[in-house]
Design a protein around this ligand. Structure first.
Ligand SMILES: Nc1ncnc2c1ncn2[C@@H]1O[C@H](COP(=O)(O)OP(=O)(O)OP(=O)(O)O)[C@@H](O)[C@H]1O
Length: 687
């Protein structure tokens, strides 16, 4: 099967009671097709156009979306392929409405399951249908098909052929549509939902429902194992708008972080990066197969109407534009049928007998009557993602269906008594040790060279330049770097650099000299290159950010931000963009960095326009520069141009406040520029 791009659909919801109804976001049609039209927050005379093959306006109905974009995927699932539908958008934009809907307006999920049963029955296929349902709440995975009180955190694991799965996730055979409705209703009651200012039933978790469809062709003696993943993502949140309390804020931080990692994964895939940061969140790890993997994808961008949501809409649409470039390589998952796996033929009725699903017999024979009672034993089963069974056309050496179950019952790589965190910690430690050992060797070699050079220098006259040996300490690894300094470097500055404790980047960050900037860039490149070499030698695919301590990650992110800022001031926007993106890999939870810098500069580059930080930012930057001395900075917490927002990852502006403070402020806020009042962050938090 050839490559398949992720398809994008955009849906603008109607205004709900209490919302100001304006026309800042529109669904329009041209000869070339439909597009979303959004006013430029900085210049209302301009609009942004986002053409997508499917754009649904405020009057669109649930069945229109289903019929046009989702129904065709069901056929694909019956041919043994995995299809994934994501609902993406800011909080209250209508994701859950689109995916689940309500009794009067059922959404994609009930319609898709109904269509699966209808199709299975009408074609008289031998098919078995089953469901698994999980939520990712604060970066932990929970099974929604078991009682919440007893639901354990489920580990995400990888089998020996690199497929990611959620261990111990229940998979229930579905006998009928009614069966599904009962299960789904009950499971949704367990989903983490709370009230915020923007949504009285705001989802606090990402929910992933998987419908597994095994179709057996008795003539060819083959089983096609297709899956439909239906993903209702939690929405990104602006805590000022949501009015979140401490608990909601913690949830919100986890939501924003995982969505930010999702953005990084999409970006890395677009860049053709050698390392895709799937492992930086459970969401991306679990969705790995749908992002650049073997699944067919549909991203539904839910948009909320009006000026208040304009910047969120731009963020969502920019994400969609990047996502539509992702290429998946769908594979047909087929496998020779075993006699035991053969289900009864499907009848055209609502009570099917579709019990055989390659599961242990206890689970396979259990029907709906057991739903309210005790759960079947939770032997490890495949999650909705990543555990595909591939036939002859696959390029991947995936295991057959029965084998996949066996793999999970006896995980081949992971000792059962280790938690996910322990395993990750061990891997990180192993790489750290390897990196440290190799760097130590390198340091020793450089030290010897340095001694020889010093001996030569003392023997001869003063040289035009001397080599200084800097030590970067990052907790667990010491990294040696040689730098060239001009003759007039004082010995005191040299020794200051040599004796830097953990904050080796700090002096360079303060420096304004171009040479220091180059030096900082060179150091960062070398730091990453050295790690990559060691990483390669250790046969691991970790990124430096995976093994750095949180403080070191912040420092490194800050260093990249400093470089990026300097480049953007010189109007080298593409270089600045790359550097900001680099920074983001070290501070993935920094939503503001993405929203206030990356997206704005992306826009400027795309439209060949200059990037102008707001006057407020420039003033703050000037104030910040005028302050001298580290102690003064400590005593007077301040922010620099990119500021604490980039470092703290907090949302700082309020649309409500902005509205009341006048149009200018609204535009600043929507443009993601800093508000008048900011949370102040101590500089040492950032260093
Ligand atoms: N197309 C629509 N037609 C009518 N009402 C809608 C539509 N889309 C959303 N709504 C309403 O808007 C409100 C917010 O929708 P919903 O809960 O689906 O948002 P969400 O994106 O899932 O939010 P969160 O991320 O906070 O969970 C709900 O009251 C919902 O009924």
């Amino acid at each position: 099967m050839s490559y398949s791009r992720v398809k994008i659909a955009a849906r603008l919801r109607p205004a709900i009671p209490g919302e100001i109804h304006d026309n800042a976001i529109r669904v329009l049609h041209s000869d070339a097709g439909p597009y979303i039209d959004v006013d430029n927050p900085r210049d209302p005379s301009q609009t942004f156009k986002y053409p997508f093959s499917s754009c649904y306006d405020q009057s669109s109905s649930q069945d229109q979306i289903f019929d046009r974009d989702v129904k065709p995927l069901i056929e694909v699932v019956f041919s043994g392929v995995t299809a994934t539908v994501f609902a993406y958008g800011v909080t209250s934009s209508g994701k859950t409405h689109t995916m689940q809907g309500n009794t009067q307006h059922p959404g994609i999920i009930p319609r898709a399951v109904e269509e699966i049963f209808r199709r299975a029955a009408s074609t008289g296929l031998h098919a078995s249908i089953a469901a698994s349902y999980m939520e990712i709440y604060k970066d932990e995975v929970y099974d929604l098909l078991v009682d919440r009180e007893t639901a354990a955190k489920l580990p995400v694991r990888e089998n020996e052929v690199g497929q990611v799965f959620v261990a111990n996730l229940s998979m229930l055979p579905l006998d009928s549509l009614q069966d599904f409705h009962k299960i789904f209703l009950r499971a949704n009651k367990q989903r983490s939902v709370s009230s915020t200012n923007l949504n009285s039933v705001s989802s606090r978790s990402h929910a992933i429902l998987t419908i597994h469809v095994n179709v057996i062709d008795p003539v060819a003696n083959m089983t096609l194992a297709g899956k439909l993943n239906l993903v209702d993502l939690a929405g990104s949140e602006n805590n000022k708008l949501t009015g979140n309390d401490a608990t909601r804020m913690a949830e919100s931080a986890a939501i924003n972080k995982s969505l930010s990692v999702l953005g990084q994964v999409v970006h890395a895939l677009n860049q053709g990066a050698s390392r895709i940061p799937y492992r930086n969140s459970k969401l991306t790890r679990i969705l790995q197969d749908a992002l650049g993997g073997s699944s067919i994808g549909l991203l539904i961008c839910n948009l909320a109407p009006g000026t208040r949501f304009r910047q969120d809409t731009l963020n969502t649409l920019n994400f969609a534009v990047r996502t539509k470039n992702i290429q998946n390589k769908p594979v047909v998952n087929q496998q020779a049928t075993t006699a035991a796996a053969l289900p009864k033929p499907i009848q055209l009725s609502t009570s099917f007998t579709l019990t055989s699903f390659n599961q242990p017999s206890s689970a396979a024979t259990a029907g709906p009557s057991r739903l309210p009672g005790p759960r079947p034993s939770r032997v490890p089963r495949p999650s909705g993602f990543g555990l595909d069974h591939v036939g002859g056309r696959s390029s991947l050496p995936l295991p057959p269906v029965a084998e996949a179950i066996k793999i999970e019952e006896k995980p081949p790589v992971v000792p059962a008594h280790l938690t996910e965190e322990e395993i990750n910690a061990r891997i990180a430690k192993a790489v750290e040790r390897e990196v440290a050992r190799r760097l130590e060797e390198e340091r020793e070699r450089l030290r010897r060279e340095e001694e020889e050079r010093a001996a030569n220098l003392s023997a001869g006259s003063s040289a035009s330049a001397s080599r200084n040996h800097h030590v970067i300490t990052d907790g667990s690894t010491n990294i040696s770097i040689n730098t060239t300094q001009e003759d007039n470097s004082t010995s005191s500055s040299s020794s200051a650099l040599e004796s830097l404790p953990s904050g080796m980047l700090t002096p360079l960050l303060k420096s304004k000299a171009g040479a220091s900037e180059d030096e900082l860039k060179r150091r960062l490149d070398e730091l990453e290159a050295r790690f990559e070499r060691a990483n390669k030698a250790a046969s691991t695919a970790l990124h430096l950010a995976d093994v750095l301590s949180p403080i070191s990650k912040k420092k490194t992110g800050r260093a990249y931000v400093a470089l990026a800022r300097s480049q953007s001031q010189k109007n080298n926007l593409e270089v600045a963009l790359e550097l900001y993106r680099k920074a983001e890999t070290y501070v993935p939870d920094n939503v503001k960095l993405r929203e206030s810098r990356i997206i704005e500069i992306e826009w400027a580059v795309k439209n060949n326009r200059p990037f102008n930080p707001s006057p407020k930012k420039r003033r703050r930057a000037a104030q910040s520069k005028s302050k001298s001395g580290r102690s003064k900075r400590k005593a007077t917490p301040s922010r620099d141009q990119d500021g604490d927002a980039e470092e703290s990852g907090k949302e700082n502006f309020s649309g409500d406040e902005a509205l009341s403070a006048g149009k200018r402020k609204v535009e600043d806020a929507e443009a993601g520029t800093p508000p008048r009042k900011r949370r102040l962050v101590k500089i040492e938090e950032l260093a």
